[in-house]
Design a protein around this ligand. Sequence first.
Ligand SMILES: [Zn+2]
Length: 199
Amino acid sequence: MNDKPYRPQEDIVTLMKQFNQPVRESPELPDPDTRLLRARLVFEEALEFIKGCGCTVTMTMPGKDGKEQTAVIDDIGVVLDPHGSPDFAEYVDGCIDQLVVTYGALNAAGVKAQPAWDEVQRSNMSKAWPHCSVCDAVLERSSGPELVHPENSNAHHGDWQTVLKVHKRPDGKFIKSPTYSPADLKRVIAEQILQGKGA
Ligand SMILES: [Zn+2]
């Protein structure tokens, strides 16, 4: 357990700023590129959740012989509609409704959000490269979870901090740090099950 308050929106501001994604300080409907990106991400995550539920998405359409045919969709294409009418209030309503159904799904499964959230946030932030604030060396993983300064157990007499930096390929794609580790949600769930049993 840690004493970190549960502030998911602020955590995502930290994440977005770390990975150079624009964050607005006051309300404004995002530009078309940003709306398309956000719409795609929502569908991508919805599809992942649907698969996690043991469900699949199907679409029924008329076949060549006139009979209806049902197809399984496992990749969803989201594109900007040139005749679409983006609506700021609907944008916000859609976001909040997703929070409502998401917390509903967590409650239906008896899972507390915060420990799982913290683990996912930790994993996402670990995609950035940890550097030494003094000499810029990339930190390394030791035997435990903590990161250590390379080559020197008493680097800079201990007077240094960790600075997170993003590394990109020439084409602009982010490169995951060598110290990245995926979110271990199995562990988080197992801990909550144990706590539920009063352990
Ligand atoms: Zn250093």
